[in-house]
Design a protein around this ligand. Structure first.
Ligand SMILES: [Zn+2]
Length: 398
């Protein structure tokens, strides 16, 4: 194990501390921080317990408070933060009550106590008048057996609808944060129960005009998504930040942190600067040098991160040979050395593209079929140049 950890393990405290200190040195005077959860390690239930998890949550909370004493942190639970892991039952569990006390300085509004005690969700207004809506999407996680897979556990859907309706009436702009995003992962599955994934997406589409952007974690990868309506009109940008923990659930990846530039009036996101730690180099030198990996304006030439700008970018990425897609795939895994980057083949590319814009099973399947068919047509057209054996192998691919 290196000083800053390794890819098969959760981070030692040196890496956790280093990541928060790096955030401070990159920009100490931010408006707020988003902390998307999963502070507790990926461990066997038999090796941890509620008290142990509580100590980790205390330590992580304290680290943010001492490093950023004057900056609010809007935190959400991750599925690993409960004990037993993934189990989030509605109302008054010890986890909700104890964590409300932990995060009280940041959730400085007693009108949210009932929501938090009921389901670990809340809303607050930032000093710059942007409304933060922090969801507990772990409630809908497909491994959460403490609720029904349908219905509205803890009343979070009703609350979300009412909160977004009130924001619309007051002409507020909303940033939504949480741990597990709706939609599809690289394994072509949604992490949320099908019915609840669909209900969440429906509410978000209904209130797209007040939602500036959404931020999640969970997948340990740098993921871009874009919620669109049934006619393909882009509505809401969705960003999944890569994890600090190097433990891998899919392709090997480095630890990452990010800085988001946004318009304080409209809430529109303008640029994301993604920083990373080359874990191998840090362990070798025994010093952590967090570096800028990319920013969205420079890497993709984006004027901003509006739904329209992201729609154009995704259009370019539909070509797997485009430099936009090649960059995206490298950033997806947070830039490990080239020899460690696994190829994203045709199926992988179709999965990534459809995962960006499709959030419902039937839509995802249709998108996937369309991309594969259009690729086949394109290759068939080039067949005389490519030769028989290649065209045959691609035909088999269909
Ligand atoms: Zn998670």
């Amino acid at each position: 194990m290196g000083l800053f950890g390794n890819i098969w393990c959760d981070p030692p405290w040196t890496l956790v501390e280093s990541s928060v200190q790096a955030m401070k040195s990159i920009k100490p005077d931010v408006d707020f921080l988003l902390w998307t959860g999963d502070s507790v390690l990926h461990a066997d239930v038999a090796k941890i317990n509620h008290t142990f998890n509580g100590i980790i949550l205390d330590n992580a909370t304290e680290l943010f408070k001492t490093t950023f004493p004057d900056t609010p942190v809007y935190a959400s639970f991750g599925n690993h933060d409960s004990y037993p892991m993934d189990q989030f039952k509605p109302r008054n569990t010890a986890l909700y009550n104890e964590t409300l006390a932990r995060w009280r300085t940041w959730i400085d509004d007693s009108s949210q106590d009932e929501n938090f005690r009921k389901g670990g969700f809340y809303t607050v207004k930032t000093a710059k008048n942007i409304r933060i809506v922090a969801l507990n999407t772990n409630i809908y996680y497909k491994d959460n057996k403490a609720v029904h897979a349908e219905g509205d556990p803890a009343g979070q859907f009703d609350w979300l609808t009412q909160t977004l309706e009130a924001a619309r009436q007051k002409k507020e702009k909303v940033i939504i944060t949480g741990h597990i995003a709706p939609g599809f992962q690289l394994n072509q599955e949604t992490e949320l129960y099908t019915h609840q994934n669909g209900r969440l997406v429906k509410i978000l589409k209904q209130y797209y005009d007040v939602i500036s952007a959404m931020h999640f974690g969970h997948e340990h990868a740098d993921v871009l998504k874009l919620l669109r309506n049934g006619d393909g009109v882009p509505l809401i940008p969705v960003f999944l930040a890569p994890s600090v923990t190097p433990i891998t659930l899919g392709p090997l990846h480095n630890p990452g942190i990010r800085l988001v530039k946004y318009d304080r009036v409209t809430g529109t996101h303008i640029d994301i600067s993604q920083y990373y730690l080359d874990l191998h180099a840090a362990n070798k030198a025994e010093i952590a040098r967090w570096k800028l990996e990319y920013n969205t304006s420079g890497a993709y030439g984006l004027p901003d991160l509006s739904p329209e700008a992201l729609d154009n970018l995704i259009d370019k990425m539909k070509d797997p040979a485009s430099h936009e897609f090649k960059r995206y795939w490298k950033y997806y895994v947070v830039s490990p050395a080239d020899e460690f980057i696994e190829d994203c083949d045709t199926l992988c590319h179709a999965t990534v593209i459809c995962g960006m814009t499709e959030f419902i099973q039937a839509d995802f399947v249709n998108c996937f079929a369309e991309i594969i068919i259009s690729l086949s047509v394109r290759v068939t057209y080039c067949m005389p140049l490519l030769g028989l054996s290649l065209s045959l192998s691609l035909f088999l691919f269909m």
